[in-house]
Unconditional design. Sequence first.
Length: 282
Amino acid sequence: MILEGKDDPKFYTARFDSIIKDEWKLLSVGGKSKVLELRTTIRKHPKYKNDRAYFFIDRDFDEIETLDDVYITPCYSIENLYCDPITVKRLVEAECGLTKAEIKNRDEIVDFLVAEYKKLQNNFHRNRKIQLLNSVFLYIRKIKNDKKISLDKVLKIETKIIKGTLILQLKKGEIFINQKTLEKPEFRKFIETCAQWKTATENPASLFRGKQEILLLRNYIDTLKHNGHLSDLTTKKYGVEVKIENPAMSNHVLSTTSQYVKTPECLSEFLLKINNQHHYSI
């Protein structure tokens, strides 16, 4: 199982283990381009071309050929799955002790916490800085045709939640500045006419860049810490102490949240196909 990055096993390991019945191994190679290059090398190799190697990549803003041995996320990246309200609902139930039978209004509390997250997420996606960040990155991928550039060298976002209010700061990197704000007339024309950008803005939770979505989730979890804004607000509103039981959870969000992420149906189908093909061949 060949993955992009060092954090990918935190998501994939349990999914592989639940479906793949035979021994399997993980290899992280450091990026999508390296995954696809390795696939090409293996499939052209006279000795290894038929090996049971499978490749797992993020969709990103790229158009990728559908291949039988390559799994592509249904959203921009794995991180988008972590930020789904379904994940947040499962998280607050388990991590804030809201599965306890003695809490009579626990469903109402959970609904309130998820609704607060959805409001923050909606404000996050509507924010012009987030839209600029994603549109610029899409522009670089499509027009500049640079598949390996780091977004942090172009634009970098910082997020905070202060008393329930989302605060975002955008820092321009050297590439953004050196390209004279990416040739403004050309950039504006691209955004006005690009069908992919229109689709992304209609479904930002799935199609905006996932690493920025994770920043929001981290901030939200922090508001649930002891004396956090949302923790205090919920306690006052419902008379039940509500707080995240693991105060360091936001610092390790990819590890601690992966168990609450709903497995995409397309991933289950891909893994079942691998499993069934192997047993059929035996």
